[in-house]
Design a protein around this ligand. Structure first.
Ligand code: HAM
Length: 416
């Protein structure tokens, strides 16, 4: 029979890799809850229109990367390419704004983008995502970045860099668009890729985000948004920067950082690492005032970030502590159920261990205990059963002694 293979760009996560993901999730729950952030669990499938209206029609994500298909009644559905749009949709639908001044949520889970797979870029990937709904204050932007840094530090990451920019608001952005448009029209058409030539009139900001080298090169001389910020945006950005400085959080300003999604206003940021190759962005986010309203809700501010778990995993390494406290080897079939009951008692006291499913020679079972990295190997056969004992072998020192079954917990505990 022909084997069925997984879909290109999708991964099966076996241990120990899967354990890294659990570690990232545990850390997220621990750190984010300190900020009053609570978990939101959302559908993976949404109406296509949600993403078109929030991420933006002209973005690469909506134009080229979504897994979109009709359901059995012909309605267009899309596997979520990111979490923000779904969080905002759910927030509006549940009228959370009527219950809380500030809503702080995190989500963890898979996202789907039909991109060309390469190192650090997959078609199903995972994000740890935070969204804060309500506050207009620049303190919320600073706190969000602090939360992100706190999370990355909790994971043990050090060599990361924060890039920061402000994209202005609906008041000052039109002037910048006009200047950018003028700059783009002044270029020789050949200097831009086909996509940029098409989108430069509809959404000139997207040209700044183009990944094609030649476009990046010419855009170095493009007008800078920082020169166009209105007084309120300038003040907002100043407060964010100053607060981060007083919290001793280092960042660099990157005036070309526009992010690949259309909903951002004012503060945007990315965390990059030189250690993971071309796909260097580990996390990204920013403020999206106006999105709640654009999706049919009241005029409420919002901001958030997402970390790419595949990219974090590349930086983390290490398998986590999954060593076994004991391996319980069974030497005779008759000792099988006694062994399992003893194993259950140990597990009930919090010890981690495996019990053999088949009787075998001490030699082969000790070899297995060694391979599993167990700290102690417990052996039980007919003799031990009759005497109410277990043979306990310290796998590190090789010392072996008979222990009463009543004292087993204490003997395993010695090696912890
Ligand atoms: P994003 O920059 O599109 O932002 O994605 C955030 C992170 O997800 C990236 O920095 C990267 O680490 C990871 N990522 C994106 N695409 C892939 C891929 N194909 N393979 C592996 N990792 C990937 C957002 O998604 C926004 N929703 C973030 C946000 C939340 N803004 C406000 N709130």
């Amino acid at each position: 029979m022909a084997k069925i293979k997984k879909i290109k760009g999708f991964s099966d996560l076996f241990p120990p890799e899967s354990e890294l993901y659990a570690r990232m999730e545990d850390s997220a729950r621990r750190v984010f809850s300190r900020y009053g952030c609570r978990e939101l669990r959302l559908p993976l499938l949404e109406r296509t229109e949600l993403f078109a209206r929030s991420i933006g029609d002209e973005t690469d994500i909506v134009q080229k990367e979504m897994y979109t298909f009709p359901d059995r009644k012909g309605r267009s559905l899309t596997l979520r390419p990111e979490a923000t749009a779904g969080v905002v949709r759910a927030y509006i639908e549940a009228q959370q704004y009527a219950r809380e001044n500030v809503g702080k949520y995190y989500t963890v889970g898979p996202m789907f983008r039909y991109e060309r797979p390469q190192k650090g870029r997959t078609r199903q990937f995972h994000q740890v995502n935070v969204e804060v709904l309500g506050p207009e204050s620049p303190m919320a932007d600073a706190e969000l970045i602090m939360m992100l840094v706190d999370y990355l530090r909790d994971l043990g990451l050090k060599d990361i860099q924060i890039e920061l920019n402000s994209l202005g608001c609906s008041k000052c952005r039109p002037d910048f668009h006009a200047a950018l448009s003028e700059f783009l029209h002044g270029l020789n058409a050949q200097e831009l890729c086909q996509d940029c030539r098409e989108r430069m009139d509809k959404n000139p900001l997207r040209v700044l985000d183009c990944k094609v080298d030649s476009c990046r090169e010419v855009m170095r001389n493009a007008p800078r948004i920082s020169d166009f910020l209105c007084a309120e945006c300038r003040e907002h950005f100043r407060a964010v920067k100053e607060t981060l400085e007083s919290a001793e959080i280092e960042f660099v300003l990157n005036p070309l950082l526009v992010r690949g999604l259309d909903y951002y206003q004012r503060t945007t940021f990315e965390v990059v690492s030189a250690d993971i190759g071309a796909q260097a962005s580990v996390a990204g986010g920013g403020r999206y005032d106006g999105l709640v309203k654009a999706l049919g809700g009241p005029d409420i501010s919002g901001l958030g970030f997402a970390c790419g778990m595949e990219r974090l995993a590349m930086l983390l390494g290490g398998d986590g502590d999954q060593t076994l406290d004991f391996y319980l080897a069974v030497l005779n079939e008759e000792a099988m159920s006694t062994a399992l009951v003893l194993g259950q008692h140990l597990r009930g006291s919090g010890y981690r261990g495996e019990v053999a499913f088949e009787a075998a020679s001490p030699r082969s079972q000790l070899r297995l205990a060694n391979k599993l990295g167990a700290k102690t190997c417990l052996l039980i056969g007919l003799d031990e059963m009759q005497r109410g004992e277990v043979m306990v072998k310290d796998m590190e020192t090789g010392v072996q002694r008979a222990v009463s079954q009543d004292d087993l917990e204490q003997a395993v505990g010695l090696k912890r």
